[in-house]
Every structure is written in C-alpha cells, then in structure tokens.
Write a protein that binds this ligand. Structure first.
Ligand SMILES: Cc1ncc(COP(=O)(O)O)c(C=O)c1O
Length: 383
C-alpha cells in the first residue's frame, strides 16, 4: 500500500479537540476478517462500499487487506477509483453499474466491473477497443434476487460470444442472495441450486469463468455450500449481525463506537419546554444535558432514543435538532459538561448496538452505520 493511505490515517488523534466523534477499532475489523477466513477457508472480497459501511473506507481498506482480503468490492466506479488513488493494490471490483464512459478509467486502473446484460457488454466492448486494452469483468446472473443479473438461460450463449474477445475478459461469475439471513425460510437454497445447475452446464461446455462467488455475510454464516472461490462479506467484517435471525459468532467484535461530550448540564424548572415544538415539558426540576449531535450527523429525528452516560442508560428528550440533542440526566446527578456520552457502543457494563438503534428507527443496522455523516471525525484505534 502506498500514497495517502499509509501513515496519515493512523496518527493518534487527540479527542479533546472533538465534541463528537467515531472511534473505529481496526484491530476488531482485522479480527473479523480473520474469523471469516478461518470459517470459510476461502479467499475474501471485502465489501467496503458506502464509505466502508460508514467506518471510513481508506482505513477500512488498509485493515481488511492487511488481514488478508485479496479483493475489495464497492458499488460504484468512483469508489473504486478512490481506492486506487489512495494506493490500494488489492483486486478491486465494482459490484453495481458502471457507466460505459468510465470503462477506460476502469481498464487503466485495473478495476473489475460487473456485466449483467449483453447490451451493456456491447457498449463496454466499444469503449475497451478505444483503449486497446482488455476490460476485466465478472458476469452477474439472476437466480432470484430480482435486482441486477443476466437470466440463466442466456448465460452460456453470452459467455461463448465473449470467450475469445479481445475487448472483454469475463474471468468471474457471481450471484447475490435475497434471503440468506433467514436460515429457516430461506430461498437461498433454491438460488444456489439454480446457480449450481448453470455452473455444471458451463463446466461441461468449457465456459466456466475462473472465479465464482455468491456468499454475503449471512451466507458465510448459514450456507457453506455457497462459498465457491471467493466469499463477499460486508457487514460481518464490522462485527455487526447480518440480521436479528443471523447472529455472528461471539468471536466477532463490533468495531465502531460513537461518542460525544456533554456541552451543557442545567436544571430546568418545572413546566419548561425542551427543544423545538416543546414536545417534551419538564414535570419537575429536571437535569437536562445537551450533546452536540443531531440529524445532520445521521442521528435520526425519532423519539425514544437512548444513550449512555456514566455507564447508565438515559433518555434523549425533546426533538432532535440538526446538531444537538437533549438528555434527561436525573439518574446521573454527577454528570457534568465535558463528560463522555456513548451513543453507539459500550460504556461500563452497558452497550447500545447498531441493532438496538435500528430497532428504534424501524430499520436495519446497515442503515445506521451507512448514515453516519462525513462530518463526524473518525478516530482509528488498533486493539
Ligand atoms: C453484491 C453484493 N455482495 C455482497 C454484499 C455484502 O453484503 P453483507 O453486508 O450483507 O455481507 C453486498 C451488500 O449489499 C452486495 O450488494
């Protein structure tokens, strides 16, 4: 690894300078990648799209590749080019759509793209011919996800057409599961069966691409039959459960803690409104604290939030503002301005998980971490 990636990001940072920040344990991420490697005994494509699931993509790229991930998977070509510009030299693949005009950039930067229909392939081939170099691509096939993918019956003919192409080398084939996180009622087995029938057919016709992949984090845990040549985990590397039904083994560690400092603690008199709309009104003298965190940071404007102060769970009260939120601190009479508050992660014996926050928001833990705003400083630790 070279360029801006080494050095700068691991400089210790003085958190006194911040009022709210994320602490990201790169040791936990490395541990989780190692756990996946041990479980699967299969090469890993670390899926680090959406700013490394909010954890900060360049530091995450460094950690996962140091832990032995041979590939990095992203959603968009800009994300892939960002990795290359920072000196990531692992294999890099764009799992989603790449605009044809970006194909020369993909080729020059040695980035694999996904192909999922023949029209797209034709436009990619035209662009590749302009550069005079071959594009590397993996073919994405539809087995039941209903998103991007070439219908199974068109795959053999398509691969035959490109078998000796000097514009595109299709060196991989993949699919994606819709319900691998629901082990009891899963359609993953059906998807897998269809995929295997196709692979057998390709094998017999000598058309099977070199690298076959399918398993997201949930399949890493629930479907060893889906490992093939490469596994493609995202959420598990961050120590977060793929779903309430598919929990990680205890050996995985969550990597992210969201902290803030109390910026004010006051006793408000009875019958005093708190925040916009005065939807919360003090019923007595109440100790009300302020943290400098709001929906501008990705902390949703939803009622019923909880945070940790001095190892205790306390309520967020009143409406969440863009940059600030108010806490009811009667249960922590010693709390004072400057004290650390944990919004996500552990403090003392208590922990608030991304899953807990997601349950309050009616969403999933993926959205909680992907929504963490860019303006939050990310401080990297090595456990
Ligand atoms: C094509 C593809 N593969 C793998 C993943 C990783 O999934 P997960 O984070 O559930 O492991 C994703 C994420 O959405 C994806 O879109």
């Amino acid at each position: 690894m070279k360029g801006t990636l080494s050095g700068a990001i691991l400089q210790p940072m003085n958190t006194d300078a911040y009022s709210t920040w994320l602490e990201i344990d790169l040791g936990a991420i490395k541990n989780n990648v190692s756990q996946i490697k041990m479980m699967t005994r299969t090469p890993v494509m670390a899926v680090i799209k959406a700013n490394g699931y909010g954890h900060g993509v360049l530091a995450v790229a460094k950690a996962v590749t140091e832990a032995g991930a041979a590939w990095c998977g992203v959603a968009r070509i800009e994300e892939a080019l960002n990795l290359r510009a920072a000196g990531v030299d692992a294999e890099v693949m764009v799992l989603g759509y790449t605009p044809p005009v970006m194909i020369p950039e993909a080729i020059v930067n040695n980035v694999h793209v996904a192909i999922y229909d023949s029209k797209l392939a034709t436009s990619y081939a035209k662009m590749a011919k302009v550069t005079g170099k071959r594009l590397n691509a993996h073919l994405k096939v539809e087995t039941g996800m209903g998103r991007l993918g070439m219908p199974l019956d068109r795959v053999p003919e398509f691969l035959e057409e490109y078998q000796h192409s000097d514009a595109i080398e299709i060196d991989g084939i993949f699919t994606h599961f819709a319900r691998a996180d629901e082990p009891q009622a899963s359609s993953a087995e059906d998807q897998l069966k269809k995929f295997n029938v196709l692979l057998d057919r390709l094998q017999r016709a000598n058309l099977r691409p070199q690298v076959v992949h399918a398993a997201n984090s949930a399949a890493v845990i629930n479907f060893p039959e889906a490992y093939f040549d490469l596994v493609r985990p995202g959420i598990a590397m961050f120590g977060l459960n793929p779903s309430p039904d598919t929990q990680l083994p205890k050996t995985f560690k969550p990597a992210l803690t969201w902290k803030a400092r109390l910026t004010s603690v006051r006793v408000l008199p009875p019958n005093h409104g708190v925040s916009y709309g005065s939807v919360y009104v003090t019923s007595d003298h109440e100790r009300i604290g302020v943290i400098p965190v709001g929906y501008g940071d990705g902390y949703r404007r939803e009622p019923g939030q909880k945070v940790l102060v001095q190892g205790r769970v306390v309520d967020v009260v009143g409406r969440i503002c863009m940059d600030q939120s108010m806490l009811q601190l009667d249960s922590v009479p010693d709390a004072k301005a400057g004290d650390e508050v944990v919004l996500l992660g552990a403090q003392g014996k208590q922990r608030i998980s991304a899953g807990d926050i997601a349950a309050r928001w009616g969403t999933l833990n993926y959205e909680v971490v992907c929504g963490l705003a860019d303006r939050l400083p990310r401080v990297y630790l090595e456990s």
